[in-house]
Structures are given as C-alpha cells and as structure tokens.
Design a protein around this ligand. Sequence first.
Ligand code: PMP
Length: 396
Amino acid sequence: MYKRLPVKEAVIAKEKGIYPYFRPISSAQDTEVIIDGKRVLMFGSNSYLGLTNDPRIKEASKKAIDTYGTGCAGSRFLNGTLDLHIELEDRLARYVGKEKAILFSTGFQANLGALSSLTGRNDYIILDEYDHASIIDGSRLSYSKVIKYRHNNMDDLEAKLKGLPPEVNKLIVVDGVFSMEGDLARLPEIVALAEQYNTGIMVDDAHGLGVVGEKGAGTASHFGLTDKVDVIMGTFSKSFASLGGFLASDADTIEYLKHSARSLIFSASMTPAAVASTMAALDIIETEPEHIEKLWANTNYAKDLLMEEGFELGPTASPIIPVYVRDHEKTFAIAKMLQDNGLFVNPVVPPAVPADATMLRFSLMATHTFDQIEEAVYKMKEAFAKLDIITLKEKI
Ligand code: PMP
C-alpha cells in the first residue's frame, strides 16, 4: 500500500515534546476539563454559551434516544428524515429570518453542499482570504473559478468584482465572524458592492450564531441585513452545544439544494440526540438572554485585562481573542507550557495564519467566572515572560 510520509512539522514538534494537537480530554467540555488526570482551565472551546453540559439539553438528548433510537440509518433523502428534523428546520428558518432551512450532519458538509451545487463551471466564487477551510473545499468541488480578496479589504473586493464579466453568476462567500481573528465581515459594504456588481452573498455564521445579532441570530441580523444575504449557513458544534449544520435561504433555493447537494443526499442524517439537543439549545438561546449577556461581559472583561497586561491582540469583535506570539515554535511551546500549568488554549500556526502571525486563540464562554479569567490571564503572562515572547510589552 502507498504510504504518505509523516508530516514533518508534527514529527519535529513531537520530538521536542511540544506537539499540541489531539489532546484527549476525559470530562465534559466545560470551563474546566480533565486532561491526564489534572484539572485544566478551558479557554479554547467553541462552546461560547457554555451549554454543552446543561442538564436540560442532556435530558432532551436522552429522551430523543428513548423515542427515536440512536441513529437514523440513512440519509434525509431516503429513510433518514424524522419529524424532529423538519421541526428543527422550521424553527431555524424563523430564527435566522429566512423562508426555509435544511439540516446537514455537520457544518463542513453544509458548506460543501451549498458551494458545490449553487455554483458551477462557468460561475465565479469570490472569497475572503481568511474564509474557513470548508468554504475553500466546497468551492473546489463546484469547479467554479475562485477569486480571493485580501481579508476584509473592500477596495480589493471591489477591484476583483470590477474585473469580472457582468453577465456571469457570482457569489461572495464570507465568514460572518472569522474563526481565528474574531473580527466580523464588513457586511454593509459587501452588500453595497454585491448590489452594484450584481452578486449573490452567502454568510457562514458558524461563530456568529448564538453570539451576535437579535437573540444571537447572527451577523446578518447584527447588521440588519438578513434580507440582503441570500444564504445563511450555521453549525451546531459551537454555541448550540451539539453536532450538525444547516443552510437557510428562500424556499426555491432550499428546494433546489434538497435535490442537488451531494453531502446531504449521500450522507446519513443528524442523529436524534443531536437534533434534540440542538432544539433544546435553541429554546434556551431564544428565551434566556442572560447567556449571551454574560458571554459579552466575560469577553469585554478578558479583553480589557489582556490589554492592560500588555498582550498584543488582534482586532476582534467577538469572544474569539487572538493573542499574538509571532513565532511558530514558541506558539507550540507556550501552548504546552500553559497546559502543563493548567490552562488550555489553542495554538494557531500556518497554514491557518501567515508565518509572522502565529497566535494563541483565547476564547470565552458564558459560563466562565471572572476569577477563572483572571487566573487564565495570569498564567498566560507568566508563560509569555518565561519564554521571553516579545509581543508582551511589559514583563512581570
Ligand atoms: N465554518 C466555520 C467558519 C467553522 O469554524 C467551522 C468549524 N470549525 C465550520 C464551518 C465547520 O463546522 P462543523 O464543525 O459543524 O463541521
């Protein structure tokens, strides 16, 4: 059998004892987790609202298993559609302000399904250079011509749009909240350009749902531009404390996707437990605004504290806070040092970011306490000073 060589960077990091990936956690995803039998503060989770361990959501999952069993044993297209799937689709469409929605088994599959079927060989897909990997892969599957513009740079977007033939189909696809940088897509300007150059818009709101907008309805809602966005994509693996994804749009587009998105038609549907937990999370998000309020209080508290302590932060507008290290090996080393010292954060290195922009991705949950945030920032400051990381302005 043909064997690939191991990835060089992973081998080197393992030899140096600073390999930071696939760390096994032996507890629920919460503000504290257990790794190697030790308590570790979790500041690297996408569970922004801290709902993954909520007893009501766990109970809804268990009940769904009792009623519907553990799996659907087929795709939505054939034997895998439950009444529960339809109910969640109706609720999500109303929640984000679109006519219809369709569920996929992951957010990654939702993006693959949308891009591979909404655009084709003679069309153009226009991407922000920092869009998520699933958008890039979906674009490749579409055989469309892919054009990238510099991150959130509207002059560059306009220059790229100007160069395209006016009569062809064009779709701009952006992350609503960028997954590593934490900043928001400049949707008002993107909408204006899309109107001027007759272009569709799709927003991947994996990190915006449950975080920004009316009751957490996402980036389009935040800017009051829901009607101007053609397709909204979301995932349940972050604020919604579950697993799965969806696309929401007008009724015709969703009907088309149901009969053409191959990652939907040829893949098994969301499990009953995943659907029920997503629905229970949606109940909580729609009726208990205090979770989003606490998430933002925590985010602002952490941001202020990190800035006060002299860390170099990215221009975030969300609970995702990039803390720059600007050195690949030190980024791994510090993530390891922090974990040994009881703090989990995610190291971000190329190809996710440019080589001179390596960082720790520090992310907040609504369930963190201010004490936990202070403890985490103190641990970071200690570790940055020990490793002599120059982005820390003042050493302790
Ligand atoms: N889009 C973005 C912006 C993401 O960050 C992610 C997950 N990291 C996905 C899509 C894929 O979602 P899922 O985890 O549900 O496959």
